[in-house]
Design a protein around this ligand. Structure first.
Ligand SMILES: Cc1ncc(COP(=O)(O)O)c(C=O)c1O
Length: 462
């Protein structure tokens, strides 16, 4: 799209997340409106939103039920200061979340975003151990390539090298291990690689001294490394290790929560219950900023006392438990539960995988991975050497936008997570755009249009 001088000037007065602004201005995207599976820019061009905003609009943009819930609540009370009390609707929200979480994960504190939820979870765990006779437990183990937020604690737990090094030194007490995909070519089986990388977490805990380790925080499906999808056994091993050493297992479900992976939470998809979960994104489908820290109900008992002077969990945010967010969150969960959208994610996910597997005919796809509707495609120069192909991903960023398609591209892989309102024909439309964009990108990078595209072509062209 073209920029008029006013917008160009305004773009020089802000920044767009994780973009080099001079580059963004050369190839800008200014959204005007969004509905369902689509965005429109200020020139009226339509984009298929293949990633639900950014893993957010799980129910599509501007879902009418969610907007109506917010409208009703807005007329009653838009804000209630969490320093003075709690909105009644926020209590309903806490009950609603507790009804869909696994195990006894019923202790809920709502926030305004994923980073707030992660930050709160880590503070809660450190404080919990001080309350329960283990004051030396303060370290967190997380994974390289993981992302847990832009705030100081979230960034310290994240393993996204280049994004973090500019801000060093980070908070103390954060250790990293590698996710399974890092070592995959060194093992004869993916299962064995998963076992090895999970067991390595125990080696770290033991060598650090378990009395210093508070938690292990992982994304069940890791976005930033390219939709890293460990085996169920990987999480079972982590669970056993954490239990053995009295270390809290924290699932960062900011992306994976609320239906995408084929269950309400990825914890259920992988069949492992953590001690805490951090949520955000899809919980409001993007209608309002939202987040939630969810912990084992018995952990809260460490903060109960007899008098006002007894210890409290001293933490808060002005917009925590916001009544508008609570109303939207309740409506979002009801919509997912009533329509069994988690089961739909499984069904649609199978269809999506089959369509994405067809991209292998281009000869540049190593693997299609993920769970449910949350899928990633890894790009390689050739499927014999498996050498990464970042130039292709960079070109794909341009061609996708030109073709009216928004995905997460980073640049040796791309991810999609279309909203659960989609049906098979929507996925056909999306996959046709992906195929065309990939063919265009390959033509840009290699100088010739892939014959595989010309022979099969897209199934749907508009
Ligand atoms: C796994 C994960 N955790 C935490 C966050 C931080 O959430 P927010 O951007 O809402 O603060 C993100 C954001 O992308 C995320 O993907």
């Amino acid at each position: 799209m073209k920029l008029d001088p006013r917008r160009e000037n305004l773009l020089r007065h802000t920044f767009v997340d994780f973009h080099q602004m001079a580059d963004f201005i050369r190839n800008p995207l200014i959204f005007d409106r969004a509905q369902g599976l689509y965005y429109w820019d200020t020139e009226g061009k339509r984009y298929f939103d293949a990633i639900g905003g950014i893993f957010v609009a799980t129910l599509g943009h501007g879902h009418p039920r969610l907007l109506e819930a917010m409208r009703r609540q807005m007329e009653k009370m838009a804000f209630a200061a969490p320093l003075h009390g709690i909105a009644d609707i926020t209590l309903d929200f806490i009950e609603k979340i507790g009804a869909v979480t696994p195990g006894n994960l019923k202790y809920v504190k709502p926030f305004s975003g994923g980073s707030e939820a992660v930050e709160a979870a880590m503070k809660f765990v450190r404080h919990y151990f001080k309350q329960t006779g283990h004051p030396g437990k303060y370290k967190f183990i997380s994974r390289y390539f993981g992302y847990h937020g832009g705030t100081a604690g979230g960034m310290a737990a994240s393993g996204t090298g280049a994004r973090k090094t500019k801000f060093e030194p980070h908070m103390a007490g954060f250790l990293k291990v590698f996710p399974p995909n890092y070592y995959r070519d060194r093992f004869s089986s993916w299962e064995e690689c998963n076992r090895f990388t999970a067991r390595m977490v125990e080696d770290v805990i033991v060598n650090e001294d378990p009395e210093t380790v508070a938690g292990v925080i992982v994304e069940p499906v890791g976005n930033t490394g390219g939709i890293i999808t460990p085996t169920d056994e990987y999480f079972r091993i982590l669970r056993e290790i954490c239990t053995r050493h009295n270390v809290m297992l924290i699932f960062d479900e900011v992306i994976t929560g609320f239906g995408k992976t084929g269950s309400m939470f990825a914890a259920q998809t992988f069949g492992v219950t953590p001690d805490l979960m951090c949520c955000g994104k899809g919980l409001s489908s993007g209608v309002i900023p939202i987040g939630a820290m969810i912990a084992r109900e018995d952990m809260a008992e460490a903060f109960w006392g007899r008098t006002e002077q007894d210890v409290q969990f001293a933490h808060g945010h002005t917009f925590a438990g916001n009544p508008l967010a609570a109303a939207v969150g309740i409506a979002a969960i009801d919509e997912i539960v009533e329509n069994q959208l988690d089961l739909k994610a499984r069904r649609l996910g199978d269809y999506l995988v089959a369509r994405l597997e067809e991209l292998k005919r281009f000869g540049v796809v190593r693997e299609v991975r993920g769970k449910g509707i949350l899928r990633g495609v890894e790009l390689v120069k050739d499927t014999a050497t498996m050498e990464p192909f970042p130039e292709l991903g960079k070109a794909l960023k341009r061609t996708a936008l030109a073709n009216g398609l928004i995905m997460r591209i980073d640049p040796s892989w791309f991810a999609v997570a279309p909203a659960l309102i989609a049906n098979e024909s929507d996925l056909d439309e999306m996959c046709a755009l992906i195929e065309k964009s990939l063919a265009d990108a390959l033509e840009e990078v290699t100088g010739s249009r892939p014959a595989a595209y010309a022979s099969a072509g897209p199934r749907v062209t508009s």
